[in-house]
Design a protein around this ligand. Structure first.
Ligand code: ACM
Ligand code: ZN
Length: 615
């Protein structure tokens, strides 16, 4: 149950906006704005992006009010009522993503300094409309509360990474996710385009990358000695398809960052071009989920030529200022035993194989710089000395971010314990098979994701500025369907979007949980098969071994849940004991608990046997 204080924070008329804006002032008592088929969209400011986004917004509104509201330039506007005014002006001291949204009886006024700000205002506006219920005819007329919202993001880098190498995702699915990102005001899509198990982007100069490197015989999932084999798998994007995705992303103010993994996670490329490996041995695209010893040979000039050729095509396609070069999990065993790599180490007076990796990435950084692009890589690049302008994406904790920021490098927080969406989100035995890696423990609840504070306390004011944002990661080794992908991504991405956007002082876990009740309906409206694991019950047990009793508290990651429990081993029902407050039991005992809504169980049944000795 919620404590009384937390319940008081949330007023009946609070707005359920995710991510939470910087400031929301509700004008209680002032009449609302009526949105219906008479609505018009007025453009204030000549800007083709503004016009495009107004036209797309009009089509979105059609789903609500039944007709697409006309989009009218300001000069033809005759002080009408029931208008949304989209106004671009440079006078305001606005970042390009900031906006204000004012709603009164006659008008909705959006102000921003750039089209991106207007776009985010409209995402907020959509959240002021009630979620449309699936299968129920639209209402067509809505009252929006009189209010003023001022908003700007906390971080410039608000990212989502999708691994399409482990499983290929068609363009339609990528676009579906870009829509979800836009809805959450996430502005960066990091596309993990190649890995040991597949190469997914057409490179015209090296056709075998996709004719051979995009396909694998099967996919073997090894778990506790059990091995499951899945059928052949593959796929890739043509350059035309990539351009189509880039256009779609750009319309949603999303920057697409391609990742080209090097020197490790390159088994699929080495399968296509074995001469780029240290051993030169022929091989097939990997079917195993593991870190592979075979990586690009850094002693062979052919490798550098190949990587530069690939990057030349990548750079020509992607307009983003950054290219991600991977750099993670590259075992050095092949380099240790490779005469070419060893010769390169001595020629270049490098100390060891780590420095050889830095050498390779530095060369690529110089190459990228010649094309006006900056390098990003995973935090392993802090190990052999950072290349001069590299931005570090920190997945193994905060250390990489601290090192990077102190050396004046930008860093992006991708801390696995908070942002890896392939982790379990509640007790593993209640969940589908997920990643349970040792580094992370593989256990990331909704609350855990929400609790992320991306700026490490160790950094001073000047260093803090180098933490440019954070990112959620969807690795897909264990993800076998679109539904499962949705399940792993949501609701945790909703929580992380608030970490990305909302000021630290404005974030509020209890309020967020309350808002999620509305957000779940929005996710349903978009046919997102989100996880309901936030309703699963957690046990907190304080044992008194001497008296063989235990005090048990039950909680969930949902707002004010109705939890029912049993102590006799039976399944909880709405007729079981309601959980009101922590209770005492005699040991041994088995507690079973679940969350209900309208007398229907909405969680899994969680159970725990409590004995004097815990195993
Ligand atoms: C990673 O998880 N290897 C970045
Ligand atoms: Zn080598």
């Amino acid at each position: 149950m919620m404590d009384v204080l937390a319940r008081d924070i949330i007023h009946n008329d609070s707005l359920a906006i995710i991510p939470q804006p910087s400031s929301v002032q509700l004008r209680k008592g002032l009449p609302p704005f009526r949105m219906d088929k008479n609505l018009k969209i007025i453009l204030w400011g000549e800007n083709s992006r503004l016009e495009d986004l107004a036209n797309r917004f009009s089509l979105q509104l059609k789903e609500y009010v039944g007709v697409a509201p006309p989009v009218i330039p300001m000069r033809n506007y005759d002080r009408e009522r029931q208008v949304i005014v989209l106004s671009l002006s440079a006078e305001k001291d606005f970042d390009s993503e900031a906006y204000s949204l004012e709603i009164n009886r006659q008008q909705i006024i959006v102000r921003a300094s750039a089209a991106a700000g207007v776009f985010y205002a409209l995402q907020t506006l959509l959240q002021l409309l009630p979620p449309r219920e699936v299968g129920i005819a639209p209402r067509k007329s809505f009252l929006l509360p009189s209010c003023r919202i001022d908003d700007r993001p906390r971080f410039v880098w608000r990212g989502f990474m999708l691994d399409v190498a482990r499983y290929f995702m068609p363009v339609s699915l990528v676009k579906r996710y870009l829509d979800f990102l836009a809805m959450h005001k996430i502005n960066t899509f990091h596309w993990h385009l190649n890995d040991d198990q597949g190469w997914r982007i057409e490179i015209k100069k090296y056709p075998r990358l996709t004719s051979f490197g995009a396909w694998r015989k099967d996919s073997q999932l090894e778990l506790s000695g059990k091995q499951m084999a899945f059928s052949p798998h593959g796929g890739y994007y043509t350059q035309e398809e990539i351009k189509d995705v880039l256009q779609y992303a750009s319309e949603r103010f999303i920057t697409v960052i391609p990742e080209v993994e090097m020197p490790g996670h390159s088994y699929a490329a080495l399968a296509a071009y074995p001469e780029l490996s240290c051993t030169g041995k022929p091989r097939e695209v990997s079917t195993r989920w593991k870190v592979h010893d075979d990586i690009y040979c850094a002693g062979n000039e052919k490798t550098y030529k190949f990587l530069e050729d690939v990057l030349t095509e990548i750079v020509a396609l992607f307009p983003a200022p950054y290219i991600h070069l991977g750099g993670d999990e590259a075992p050095k065993i092949r380099w240790k035993n490779c005469p070419k790599c060893q010769a390169k180490i001595s020629e270049e007076s490098l100390k060891n194989e780590h420095e050889l990796q830095t050498y390779l990435l530095k060369r690529m950084e110089i190459f990228l710089a010649s094309k006006n692009k900056k390098l990003i890589a995973w935090d392993e690049i802090t190990e052999g000395g950072l290349s001069p302008d590299a931005t570090v994406m920190c997945w193994r904790g905060f250390d990489g971010a601290i090192t990077a920021a102190r050396q004046g490098h930008d860093a992006i927080i991708a801390h696995s314990k908070y942002t890896y969406l392939d982790h379990y989100q509640s007790e593993p035995y209640l969940e589908p098979l997920a990643w349970a890696g040792l580094v992370s423990g593989g256990y990331t609840t909704l609350q855990k994701s929400y609790s992320l504070e991306p700026i490490p306390v160790q950094l001073n004011r000047a260093e803090e500025k180098h933490i440019i944002g954070l990112q959620a990661q969807l690795w897909t080794e264990y993800i076998r369907s679109t539904d499962h992908m949705d399940y792993m991504t949501f609701p945790r991405l909703s929580a992380l979007s608030e970490v990305m956007w909302t000021a630290k002082e404005t974030k509020d876990w209890n309020y967020f949980k309350w808002k999620m009740e509305t957000q779940y309906k929005r996710l349903e409206q978009r046919e997102i098969k989100f996880s309901k694991s936030a309703y699963n019950v957690y046990f907190n047990v304080a044992m008194d071994s001497l008296n063989r009793t235990a005090l048990i508290s039950l909680s969930t990651d949902s707002f004010d849940p109705s939890i029912y429990y049993t102590l006799d081993g039976s399944e909880p029902t709405p007729n079981s004991k309601p959980y009101i407050a922590p209770f005492q039991v005699d040991m041994p005992v088995t507690v079973k608990a679940a969350t209900f809504k309208n007398a229907i169980r909405i969680s899994k049944v969680n159970q725990k046997t409590i004995m004097t000795t815990q195993y």
